[in-house]
Design a protein around this ligand. Structure first.
Ligand SMILES: Cc1cc2nc3c(=O)[nH]c(=O)nc-3n(C[C@H](O)[C@H](O)[C@H](O)COP(=O)(O)O)c2cc1C
Length: 588
């Protein structure tokens, strides 16, 4: 703290997309013109639904967070708060009361602890929050097995989806004698709706580097790769900066902390193929070949990157490691359920009020995450289901929202914990269309190596498209189930083995929607255009919003009079229903 006020602007991809650069540029001009304050940047605060965000920190350390800041608001905030010492109450985020308490009360931040709190491009900020202390601790103790035991005792399981014990994985790699070993960070993050890893890398890259260095020391590796998709340019930029700064300070490179341990990290930019997140495909891609999965065994711990013993973990898994070493396995294991310890970061997206990143202790229920932390839909509509685990996962209906966040409990629903993407759906979501969307994704992303994955998903997609187009036949449901089982059992990698999950879970919980598409030729959600129509009910107040926004001008009616849709012209886009504040537009 410089003894002056600081203005801290959230500058993550999500903040920037919401206009943070304009706010930052304005502040930079004001500071250059003599405004008596330090202008700082940070990563994502997690509240992506209310970005850009700006924190004002007083000389004594007291701070306030403003949400939805724009060019007009920042002028007022500077004039009244920074210069006038009087916070602009109406734009403040009140974290400990009302909605703020709901959003933050149940969160516990380990992985996201530094996100929104430090400048990710300044290593000193990380060091000020105990950065690289865990690495120092393990190198001074110089006991590789003790580190592996600590990680095992913590109960940490891989956050990339499969949930394998991290300590056990490290132990396997430790056990294979070889002068050359690698560690790899999986930052491919291909699941639609997931942005946990991107945000962590953009907001706190050193935590990942430190975790990797600890894992490398424990397993006997001295070289690492971070495989990050090229669509994440800010994450990649900050990773390069962090690696350079850590190397310059001696936390990476030769003889770290004066120990015999030397370690270097490279960044490999992936071209954005979903299958390249699969560990064997990922390593093949780093080697410079086409990223396609191969049969396991041998597992990477025995023969991974360039044929050498390799430990591959997800971004979030690595980011948990320094905290565990600093605070002890018992502190981590004290959070969560019997078999799922610690916390989990989730990316809330879709029909949810508080879309963004949350980190919650394992063991809390889906209902608590979606309705309390996430605030529900934020509209009069109810949440219908949540898609967890992306295309490898499935849809969990609201009736099962009592399910605890626990690898095994979530798996029982037919979905998977996955890497943490949660796409929330309300009654305007058609579950057949959702299944079609995810299958379209996996079909496009199949590498083509396995016949059932390549052709089976194509056939399933054809059937789903036919059902959504109103041309479904009764045999389609058993055909989908049959194909699903065959694709699951005959595919080589997790992509094919899990691709049918969205179809199977929607068939399990929303079979009636498939039936009404096929037998009644109706899409009750109003999504499948060939199977629905919209009409305006007596609840219409004649506000004219629907008429003004109809892309085909097919809604007529006078102000304060009941409006009417011209069914012959209507393309059933649903814009009128989405915008009507009075729920006057209905399906059918
Ligand atoms: C098709 C497919 C895509 C995957 N994508 C990712 C990914 O983007 N990020 C990730 O960490 N793991 C992904 N995985 C899981 C990895 O193969 C692997 O299990 C993980 O990197 C192991 O790290 P963890 O133990 O820390 O979870 C994917 C798996 C499959 C089958």
């Amino acid at each position: 703290m410089s003894g002056r006020k600081s203005i801290v602007v959230g500058m993550s991809t999500c903040n920037i997309a919401a206009g943070a650069e304009e706010v930052h540029d304005f502040l930079a001009e004001r500071v250059a013109a003599g405004l008596d304050a330090d202008l700082l940047v940070t990563g994502c605060f997690g509240m992506c639904f209310a970005e850009p965000q700006v924190r004002i920190v007083d000389a004594d350390g007291a701070s306030r967070l403003y949400a939805n800041v724009n060019r007009m608001r920042i002028e007022k905030i500077v004039a009244e708060d920074v210069l006038g010492g009087k916070p602009v109450d109406k734009w403040l985020v009140k974290l400990d009361e009302g909605e703020g308490q709901k959003l933050w009360g149940k969160q516990k931040r380990i992985v996201l602890a530094n996100c929104g709190a430090i400048d990710p491009e300044k290593i000193d900020d990380y060091l000020a929050r105990d950065g690289y202390k865990a690495l120092e601790k393990v190198l001074r103790a110089n006991d590789r097995m003790a580190v592996i035991q600590e990680i095992t005792a913590s109960g940490l399981r891989g956050r990339g989806g499969a949930g394998f014990s991290t300590g056990m994985k490290w132990k396997f790699a430790y056990g294979y004698e070889n002068p050359k070993k690698y560690v790899v960070c999986n930052a491919d993050e291909g699941d639609p709706g997931a942005f946990m890893d991107r945000t962590t890398l953009e907001s706190d890259p050193h935590a990942v580097l430190e975790g990797m260095a600890i894992g490398a020391f424990a397993t006997g590796a001295n070289e690492a790769y971070i495989y990050c998709r090229a669509e994440y340019p800010l994450a990649i930029k900050r990773l390069y900066i962090a690696i350079e700064q850590a190397t310059a300070r001696g936390f990476l490179g030769e003889k770290i902390f004066g120990s015999p341990f030397s370690f270097e990290i490279h960044v490999k930019e992936g071209a954005g193929a979903f299958v390249c997140g699969e560990e064997t495909a990922l390593m093949t891609s780093i080697e410079g070949r086409r990223g396609m999965p191969r049969v396991r065994p041998p597992f990477p711990a025995e023969a991974g990157l360039f044929g050498k013993p390799t430990t591959i973990n997800n971004v979030e898994t690595w980011a948990n490691v320094p905290w565990i070493i600093r605070n002890g396995a018992a502190a981590f294991a004290a959070m969560g359920t019997e078999k799922s310890k610690g916390t989990k970061v989730f990316a809330l997206a879709g029909k949810i009020k508080n879309g963004g990143l949350v980190e919650v202790p394992m063991g809390i229920t889906l209902d608590e995450i979606i309705h309390e932390v996430g605030g529900g839909t934020g509209t009069k509509r109810q949440v219908k289901a949540v898609q967890m685990g992306g295309p490898s996962g499935g849809c969990v209906p609201r009736s099962l929202f009592g399910t605890k966040i626990d690898y095994d409990e979530v798996t029982k629903t037919g979905a998977i914990m996955g890497s943490g993407g949660m796409v929330v759906m309300d009654e305007t979501t058609c579950m057949v269309d959702v299944a079609r969307y995810f299958l379209n994704f996996t079909q496009l992303e199949s590498c083509g190596k396995c016949t059932f994955c390549r052709i089976g998903t194509t056939r399933m997609l054809e059937i789903l498209t036919r059902i959504c187009d109103g041309k479904g036949v009764p045999e389609d449901i058993p055909a989908l189930e049959d194909l699903a089982q065959q694709i699951k059992t005959t595919s080589l990698c997790g992509l094919g083995q899990t691709a049918p999950n969205p179809v199977l879970t929607t068939l399990r919980y929303f079979r009636d929607e498939y039936e009404s598409h096929i037998f009644d030729k109706k899409c009750r959600a109003g999504k499948c255009r060939s199977l629905c129509s919209f009409r305006i009910t007596e609840a219409c107040t004649g506000c004219m919003v629907c008429a003004k926004n109809c892309p085909l001008d097919c809604i007529s009616g006078e102000k304060k009079q009941l409006h009417v849709i011209d069914q012959a012209k209507c393309i059933r886009c649903g814009v009128c229903r989405d915008l009507c504040k009075f729920d006057a537009v209905v399906v059918g």
